[in-house]
Design a protein around this ligand. Structure first.
Ligand code: GDP
Ligand code: IMO
Ligand code: MG
Length: 441
């Protein structure tokens, strides 16, 4: 059974939650491999809207196993709140949710350090979600992090906590002039969390391997997007984890040889939350229109998302660094009322033309987009069941995008609902999961 990665191809919020939810009935397991509660993955089911942050977006399908992999950073208080909210809405977690022992914990001093560091950076600030995700990964790399499994060993947990609080308090007090933390308070709070989470904590790498050996199919759910990847994104305006497909192996313990395909999720345009270069950014009336029609406000922080045109440079780069087999294109309906639509095909830089995304902060910041303009379709796309039902000009837009990025689309999404999804005729999804043909799509 195939195991596939679903990865964001732009700067996050591409609609990964919706795409994962739509594919989940065809797999057995969904595993998150990086990020933390900086993510906000929306799934809309009828009148119900769910925003998943640390729990995989497959959880709404009864009987599907969901795993929080070792590459994720877990804020236990936030995770428990998320779990309780789902249980209140009738979602069954027992027997379906598994949390890696090796995932690192977000501790109370991490959000404090995140905010203090942002304040100090001034105009160079990243515009983080303030959830402490970056500082938690700092500790992981510095080998002083505390893992979920440590919660289950009080003596070890206390020892690691004491060392960390002493170190972080000095940092907070002397570098940032910020309030400090008490070991006793954190210990008390985290040991309560430990009791709550213990039944879900296990060696998920071993479980995943056993499940794969017994023929289960696994979907790896990426958070954020390719351009926010710690190595391949627009550094330093990135998140602190490996968001790209390679992270699926290290962030779960499933070897790359057991991964059979990669599906990228892209919006029909582009958005970005927070600071950093954004070559195809829109401005003026069109930016306001797309932001309003696409409801482009962060699912986690409520911040307005910056909007831009579809950037084929970014997508070609995402195809290359993730090895994308196919792309699910979302939010096509948001462009329904645009009289003219631009596509960024290349960048102009110092008199020359770039056709490969430049891995250089200053080049990206100074690059000018080269646009191609097509006529808008000025008709509704929502509700179309097949590609042929789409307005001819919308089909032309899709064909041009496919041509520019070099891989075929598998799904076209024209609304947040599950059934506002078109399965493309030549979709590689059909090869991976033949049952997709007769599903909710
Ligand atoms: P994620 O982080 O990649 O899962 O994306 P988010 O959930 O943060 O943001 C995507 C937003 O667009 C959510 O509010 C979705 O409900 C919504 N959405 C997803 N697909 C579509 C679509 O095709 N059309 C429209 N209009 N909204 C969509
Ligand atoms: P999903 O999974 C969009 C952005 C932040 C900031 C940068 C670093 O819903 O697509 P961090 O808090 O991670 O240290 O912030 O990354 N960012 C996201 N942008 N969608 C997300 O997640 C994001 N998670 C982080 O806005 O620019
Ligand atoms: Mg999101």
């Amino acid at each position: 059974m195939p195991n596939i990665v679903v990865v964001g191809t732009q700067w996050g919020d591409e609609g990964k939650g919706k795409v994962v939810d739509v594919i989940t009935p065809h797999v057995d397991v969904v595993v998150r491999y990086q990020g933390g509660n900086n993510a906000g993955h929306t799934v809309v089911v009828g009148r119900e809207k769910y925003v998943l942050q640390s729990i995989p977006s497959g959880i709404l399908h009864r009987g599907r196993r969901c795993v929080v992999g070792c590459g994720v950073v877990v804020n236990p208080g936030a995770l428990i709140e998320e779990m309780e909210a789902l249980v209140r809405r009738g979602v069954v977690l027992d027997g379906n949710l598994f949390i890696s022992k090796n995932a690192h914990l977000i501790m109370p001093y991490h959000p404090a350090l995140d905010r203090a560091s942002e304040a100090k950076l001034g105009s160079r600030r990243i515009g983080t979600t303030g959830r402490g995700v970056g500082p938690a990964y700092v500790d992981k790399a510095a080998r002083v992090g505390i893992r979920v499994g440590d919660l289950l060993n009080e003596r070890l947990f206390r020892e690691k906590l004491e060392m960390n609080v002493a170190q972080k308090n000095r940092l907070l007090r002397e570098i940032y002039d910020a309030p400090t933390f008490s070991v006793a308070e954190i210990l008390d709070q985290y040991l309560r969390y430990a009791g709550w989470l213990a039944p879900y904590v296990t060696d998920t790498a071993l479980l995943l391997t056993r499940w794969i050996e017994s023929g289960y199919s696994v979907l790896f759910e990426g958070a954020q997007g390719t351009m926010l990847d710690i190595d391949h994104g627009t550094y330093p305006f990135i998140t602190s984890s490996s968001t790209t497909a390679g992270g699926a192996a290290t962030g779960t313990g499933v070897p790359p040889t057991r991964i059979h395909g990669v599906l990228g999720v892209a919006k029909a345009y582009t958005t970005r939350v927070g600071g950093g270069p954004f070559p195809a950014e829109m401005s003026g009336k069109i930016a306001e229109h797309v932001q309003a029609r696409g409801n482009e406000y962060g699912s986690v922080t409520g911040r307005p998302r910056r909007c831009g045109w579809f950037d084929a440079m970014v997508l070609r780069y995402a195809v290359r660094v993730n090895g994308l087999d196919t792309v699910a294109l979302t939010k096509l309906d948001v462009l329904d009322q645009c009289a003219a639509i631009k596509i960024c095909t290349a960048y102009r830089y110092q008199g020359g033309i770039l056709t490969d995304f430049p891995e250089d902060e200053t080049v990206v910041a100074e690059a000018e987009p080269v646009y191609e303009e097509i006529e808008g379709w000025l008709a509704t796309t929502s509700g179309a069941k097949n590609e042929v039902d789409l307005p001819a000009k919308a089909r032309r837009y899709l064909e041009r995008l496919e041509e520019l990025i070099g891989v075929p689309f598998c799904l076209i999404s024209t609304g947040a609902q599950r059934d506002e999804t078109i399965l493309c005729e030549t979709s590689p999804l059909l090869r991976w999961f033949p049952s997709v043909r007769s599903s909710v799509l």
